[in-house]
Write a protein of this length. Structure first.
Length: 201
């Protein structure tokens, strides 16, 4: 009985915090959808990296590992934002992943990143802006900008498949922006010092 009462009080406080922040349930649902999507992407790209290694495609494996690192950052930022806004993390199960050929994996990744860049995040951002939810806007923008670059990098890898180009990937530990050229001073996405960039091998 006491436990149920405490759970009820916690739910009430979370609801009050959400209402005070002016955050709609739709934005919290969108954050959970994004959290789940980035969790799946991080897992999928990790598995794709292992498959690319086995296929002797070191460059592609390297790229998938960098993208997995970025998606992990997005996942964690979405999670923190949900909690910060008084929401709760919905339970879910990671998707089963069956990698195909390296080309197929890259094509699937391009499709996924393009959807998030062109459809999912723009819709989520529109609702967050309507709510005036600054924390949600920030985490959605960070992810969208990174997905834009991921799609470009995946397309380049597909176009150059088999060449195994020796390239270094840098990932911003704050926003997940991924690039082959470390910024001289500031991250082009979140404007943090370039010192926060990590090399992913």
């Amino acid at each position: 009985m006491k436990k149920q009462f405490l759970l009820l009080i916690g739910a009430v406080f979370a609801a009050v915090n959400t209402l005070q922040a002016g955050i709609s349930q739709q934005t919290l649902d969108n954050l959970n959808t994004a959290f789940q999507g980035e969790s799946n992407a991080a897992n999928r790209y990790t598995i794709f990296a292992q498959a690319a290694d086995k296929a002797g495609e070191g460059y592609v494996a390297h790229l998938f590992r960098a993208a997995a690192k970025a998606e992990t950052i997005h996942r964690d930022t979405h999670k923190r934002t949900i909690l910060e806004l008084g929401g709760k993390i919905n339970n879910f199960k990671l998707d089963d992943v069956k990698p195909g050929t390296t080309a197929e994996n890259l094509q699937g990744a391009i499709k996924g990143e393009s959807y998030e860049r062109d459809t999912m995040y723009p819709e989520f951002l529109a609702q967050a802006k309507k709510d005036g939810a600054k924390a949600a806007i920030r985490t959605f923008v960070y992810a969208q900008k990174a997905e834009l670059e991921h799609a470009k990098l995946y397309q380049s890898a597909l176009d150059n498949l088999g060449k195994n180009i020796d390239t270094t990937f840098y990932v911003c530990s704050v926003c997940g922006y991924t690039t082959t050229q470390k910024p001289a001073k500031y991250c082009v996405s979140c404007r943090e010092s370039a010192d926060v960039y990590e090399i992913v091998k």
